[in-house]
Design a protein around this ligand. Structure first.
Ligand code: TYD
Ligand code: MG
Length: 478
């Protein structure tokens, strides 16, 4: 039985090509497996250079995010650089795939398509055509007649994926499986497929927005957590080269409730705008959170209330990250709190400032990772100052790096330090000038101490960026 044939593969499972002879690791060539670049920059970034021969990649996402589009674009690019590609169209007819290729303006010479939904047909085509890259769209639509469970069942999905992965490994073919996600966002076949493959990518995006994010959640051969960003347009997906500029493009500078922070998408720092709207609640306060962890926002609201004296707990709160971006890491805590405080007081933050810091339950500000990289990106985008935790390393150590030419950047960031959230709020969400206290830095704490009841801003505070500056909140509130 020849190695790499479907039957040999089924008997040996994914270890069909295994050997009984151990070899010295130092004698093993590391260059034997070089990634094959797909030619799509953001996809290659996430894959760590490209698709590795003999590797199995699972790409999951909700219907309509653009998985089929991305993979067809990748196959066209791979084929144009000499790779033979096979698309197993288990959900669509070949003519539909061709129409999509026409829409994309893709040169599909070297791309083969197979309309098949049964595993033996797929295996046979792989063995006959001997492609370098195989895409199965989708693995849930392929079934094995030898398995008694109905198509799409857990046993079928697992059995088919296992057989295809084994075949790809035995033949040195790069395999990409498309997987659907269920309503809870998990890849169908709960985690079963994730264990079978080398790489798991998720493709996410709101179907009403053009932005799409490709993330590596598992990657045996490269970085995990790396993110590729795309925009879906009339002619397919295009890479977003400068996400920070995209996310901040429509920002209304000087608007209360807006704070900019720098998140890490994999290794890439990305500037995002956190927006908050704090309003008067009816009976039960409403909370709406988009692009952030709702539990984290709930915690920060409590800390802001108890530790910084900004009484937002009983208010309607809407918080989001603008432009469909997201900020799940704790480094965004300070910006979330400042956006809330800014909306509450109706006072805009300095427009060219970024805020970075994790907020602890005690109200203390904690350091963030990769600060220099984040500050360098903020500086590149023209930001002039950064509010960072006081415990951050000395100013010299976290100044933005020199530009690519080695010359110092023309605008280096001014670092403002704060040890606690109350201090940070007092520093940048200043009360209006007429009633300004001598020490603005301690204002929120005093506000908390001197108020008889919960202090709330006056009505005018929520009037938006062009409202006249309101008075410092009076006791009782509206
Ligand atoms: P598709 O790749 O079929 O998504 P998936 O395979 O994840 O289900 O793409 C789905 C959406 O993308 C569909 O609503 C149409 C839209 N689209 C564009 O906006 N531009 C394009 O060039 C293409 C091909 C699709
Ligand atoms: Mg599809």
């Amino acid at each position: 039985m020849p190695a790499g044939s479907p039957d040999a593969n089924r008997q040996g499972g994914r270890r069909a090509a295994s050997s009984t002879q151990a070899v010295a690791l130092q004698d093993v060539s590391a260059s034997a497996a070089c990634p094959r670049p797909t030619g799509i920059g953001e996809l290659d970034r996430v894959l760590g250079g490209g698709l590795l021969p003999g590797s199995a990649t699972l790409i999951g996402g909700e219907p309509g995010t653009g998985k089929s589009t991305l993979l067809l674009q990748a196959m066209a690019a791979l084929a144009s650089s000499g790779s033979k590609c096979l698309l197993v169209a288990a959900e669509e007819a070949a003519h539909q795939v061709r129409r999509r290729a026409q829409r994309l303006g893709a040169d599909v010479a070297g791309v083969f398509v197979l309309e098949a939904t049964v595993l033996p047909a797929v295996e046979e085509a792989i063995c006959n055509l001997a492609p370098d890259v195989v895409v199965v769209d989708s693995v849930q639509a392929v079934s094995d007649p030898a398995i008694s469970s109905p198509p799409g069942s857990l046993a079928q999905v697992r059995g088919c994926a296992q057989a295809l992965v084994g075949l790809a490994k035995a033949r040195g073919t790069a395999l990409v499986l498309v997987g659907h996600v269920n309503k809870e966002g998990a890849l169908a076949g709960p985690r079963v497929l994730e264990h079978l493959v080398d790489t798991v990518l998720t493709f996410e995006g709101d179907r009403y927005l053009a932005l799409r994010a490709l993330r590596a959640v598992k990657h045996r051969f490269g970085p995990t957590g790396e993110t590729g960003l795309f925009e879906m347009g009339e002619h397919g997906l295009s890479s977003v080269a400068d996400p920070s500029a995209l996310f901040l493009g429509d920002r209304l500078k000087g608007a209360p409730g807006s704070a900019v922070t720098v998140t890490l998408e994999g290794h890439r720092p990305v500037l995002v705008e956190v927006q908050a709207l704090v309003g008067r609640a009816a009976a039960v306060p409403r909370r709406s959170v988009t692009g952030l962890d709702p539990n984290r926002v709930a915690l920060l609201v409590a800390v802001l209330d108890r530790r910084a004296g900004v009484r937002v707990s009983d208010r309607d709160i809407y918080v989001s990250v603008a432009g469909g971006a997201r900020a799940y890491e704790p480094a965004a805590d300070l910006a979330i709190c400042l956006a809330l405080a800014s909306s509450f007081f109706g006072t805009a933050l300095p427009p060219e400032m970024v805020a970075l810091g994790e907020v602890g339950l005690g109200g203390e500000l904690r350091q963030v990772t990769a600060l220099t990289r984040r500050l360098t990106e903020a500086s590149r985008l023209g930001f002039r100052s950064a509010l960072v935790p006081a415990s951050t390393a000395s100013e010299r150590n976290c100044q933005p790096r020199a530009g690519p030419s080695g010359a110092p950047r023309p605008s280096s960031l001014h670092l403002q330090h704060a040890a606690a959230l109350a201090e940070a709020v007092g520093c940048v969400v200043r009360p209006p000038a007429p009633l300004q206290r001598p020490s603005a830095a301690h204002e929120p704490a005093r506000h908390e101490l001197t108020s008889a009841g919960a202090r709330t801003p006056e009505r005018g505070h929520d009037r938006g960026p062009y409202a006249r500056r309101p008075r410092w909140p009076a006791a009782g509130g509206p």
